[in-house]
Write a protein that binds this ligand. Structure first.
Ligand code: ITT
Length: 219
């Protein structure tokens, strides 16, 4: 069985991707399973595809394994697509150093949510459409790309007082009300429900189908 390493340092993504890839016919490892620590590559791209490519190819060359990377984020229509590729560090203007580097991931997520709700303060509920998007890239150990897949998950950003809520997921899930009902935040879905609907679930399912036509991985 060929090994695929999940090229992400985000535990929320690892949890979801492991569940989604359980029946992929490949051995799935996280970076943590390799017994060494890795410096995160700079995500200098301006698109999700560019950043997913940077992560997949960098970690593939460093680990010597096939690597699957996820680059994802939240796009809010009223903010002309922001936070977009800087979703993980939105409250810090996209800066990964300085104060952002001293905080935990959970603290950064909380500051990102506060910033988002403030930015949308004057925006009516009917104009709060948003979506999570995801691009996944699969690289071989030499850094050659073999597949790129995408997914999108539609919803709206809830009004302060109604959100944040729920305990599941990560990132912006506590403020993202899932379309078409907009009655539940994605943090209120079970892991299986979120994976069935989400941008990441869609991208992984397309990736499993792509893996099926790569001879080295489907043997
Ligand atoms: P890696 O680069 O190590 O994979 P990261 O968290 O830095 O981890 P990204 O640069 O792709 O990853 O940023 C994705 C951000 O978008 C993530 O930190 C969340 O803020 C947000 N996001 C993506 N998918 C999400 C989801 O399913 N639920 C909630 N927020 C999500």
């Amino acid at each position: 069985m060929t090994t695929i390493v999940l090229a992400t340092q985000n535990p929320g993504k690892i949890r979801e991707m492991r569940a989604l890839l359980a029946d992929s016919g490949t051995e799935i490892l996280g970076l943590d399973d390799l017994g060494q620590s890795f410096t995160e590559p700079d995500e200098t791209g301006t698109t999700f595809a560019e950043n997913a490519t940077i992560k997949a190819t960098t970690y593939a060359r460093l680990t010597g394994h096939w690597c699957l990377a996820d680059d994802s984020g939240l796009e809010v229509d009223a903010l002309r697509g922001a936070p977009g590729v800087i979703s993980s560090h939105y409250a810090f203007g996209g800066e990964t150093g300085g104060r952002a580097a001293e905080l935990t991931r959970e603290q950064r997520d909380a500051e990102n949510i506060t910033r988002l709700l403030n930015d949308l303060d004057a925006v009516d509920i009917k104009d709060r459409a948003a979506r999570f998007v995801c691009t996944m890239v699969l690289s071989d150990p030499q850094g050659q790309i073999h597949a790129t897949t995408t997914g999108a998950f539609e919803g709206i950003i809830g009004l302060p007082g109604d959100v944040p809520r729920g305990e599941g997921g990560f990132g912006y899930d506590p403020v993202f009300l899932v379309a078409p009902e907009h009655t539940r935040a994605s943090s209120e879905l079970s892991p299986d429900e979120k994976n069935a609907l989400s941008h990441r679930g869609q991208a992984v399912r397309a990736m499993i189908s792509a893996i099926g036509s790569i001879p080295e991985l489907s043997a």
